[in-house]
Design a protein around this ligand. Structure first.
Ligand SMILES: Cc1ncc(C[n+]2csc(CCOP(=O)(O)OP(=O)(O)O)c2C)c(N)n1
Length: 358
């Protein structure tokens, strides 16, 4: 059941590790565009933080293939449970770009899920999304909704009780959920070796009788195919899978962190030779699907798209704070109704208070 070997399809030089695999050209181009959009988006959000337009930001640069490849394998009716670092997954599955920007600007509208997709807002309390994803998957099975949950978390989250509770229940009830761990080697400054004595994250599934796969998280083809297979297995009633995607975040934990205090520059440089975008570029140019001009226009289009998103996010006035009472519960219980009417009374009173100079 355990597999310590990394599943890899796309070699570093852009060749395929297995000659029998057929890659759909359109899909490969779409993956490339999404990887580029997300990298451009990520860099521009770091810049926004530097300009003081957002408070803090958690960059995912380096982890794009893990997020884009997995999110692309979802079906429309599925559920996504992302963390504060999974914006590439969210954007790929249909969370509006402007809302991700608002989220980081501290604006409540950033947490409103899109109408047409089951995407939860980013989870900050580590691992809490895991049992919730199991619950949603179990509910979907119970109601015959044919919807799977895909839940993201980091290596650090696997040390939390919620991880074990979520996996145990999912396995016992064969809930249609895929647990997607991006093992980027660190939980803030804590390295993998201080996080767990398990040789791999994938092996943690064995205790729960669950299928597990360890993949090269910088190989978008391996990520896509593995997640797609795991979702199909979950959908067909075979139960959950734990996927460990081995990857690396190039930047610090967040813009408030200084990674040079716990990681060497050489380590980061070594990972850059495994870069997910460069590898796909190498594949596409080998196949004659991408030349320098086309590459340039993919980047230019991504710039325009992200610039438009940022401009729009900055131009819209803040929403009425009242919306904090919406979009959380389908029916408001009495205590939330009471809080809402108290809040409205308070807002009315504070707007009618006249201040006189005394
Ligand atoms: C329950 C809980 N404990 C502690 C924290 C503080 N915290 C924020 S991010 C983080 C590290 C998480 O690391 P990992 O799960 O590997 O995800 P990564 O940030 O590497 O994507 C910690 C401990 C938190 N947000 N929630």
């Amino acid at each position: 059941m355990e597999n310590k070997q990394l599943v890899q399809i796309l070699n570093l030089d852009g060749s395929l590790s297995n000659g029998n695999i057929v890659i759909n050209e359109k899909l490969a181009i779409e993956m490339y565009k999404l990887l580029v959009i997300n990298r451009v988006f990520d860099r521009k959000l770091v810049n926004m933080q530097r300009k003081g337009q957002i408070g803090t930001y958690a960059s995912f640069e380096g982890q794009e293939a893990s997020q884009v490849g997995s999110a692309m394998s979802l079906l429309e009716q599925d559920w996504m449970f992302p963390t504060y670092r999974d914006h590439a997954a969210m954007l790929t599955f249909g969370y509006e770009m402007v809302k991700i920007i608002w989220y980081w600007m501290g604006r409540i509208e950033g947490c409103i899920p899109p109408n047409h997709r089951n995407i939860l807002p980013p989870y900050v309390p580590i691992a809490t999304q895991i049992p919730q994803a199991t619950g949603a998957a179990w509910a979907s099975k119970y109601k015959n909704h044919d919807a799977c949950s895909l839940v993201y978390f980091g290596d650090g989250a696997t040390s939390e009780g919620d991880f074990h509770e979520g996996l145990n229940m999912a396995s016992v009830f064969k809930a249609p959920v895929v647990f997607f761990c991006q093992n980027n080697g660190y939980a803030i400054s804590v390295p993998y070796s201080r996080q767990t004595a398990s040789e791999t994250i994938a092996q943690k599934a064995i205790a729960y009788g669950m299928d597990n796969v360890r993949i090269d998280g910088n190989d978008v083809f391996a990520v896509y195919l593995t997640t797609k297979n795991a979702l199909e297995a979950a959908r067909s009633g075979k139960g959950p899978t734990l996927i460990e995607a081995v990857t690396y975040r190039y930047g610090p934990h967040t813009t408030a962190d200084d990674a040079s205090r716990y990681r060497s520059t050489e380590e980061g440089e070594a990972w850059k030779s495994r870069d997910p975008i460069l590898r796909l570029e190498a594949y596409l140019s080998r196949q004659g699907l991408l030349n320098q001009d086309e590459q340039g226009s993919v980047y230019r289009e991504a710039e325009l798209l992200v610039n438009d998103g940022i401009k729009y996010a900055l131009s819209i006035p803040k929403a009425d704070p009242n919306i904090m009472f919406e979009n959380v519960l389908s029916e408001k219980p009495w205590n939330v109704q009471e809080q809402e009417s108290n809040f409205n009374r308070f807002m009315q009173r504070s707007s009618s208070i006249e201040f006189t100079e005394g």
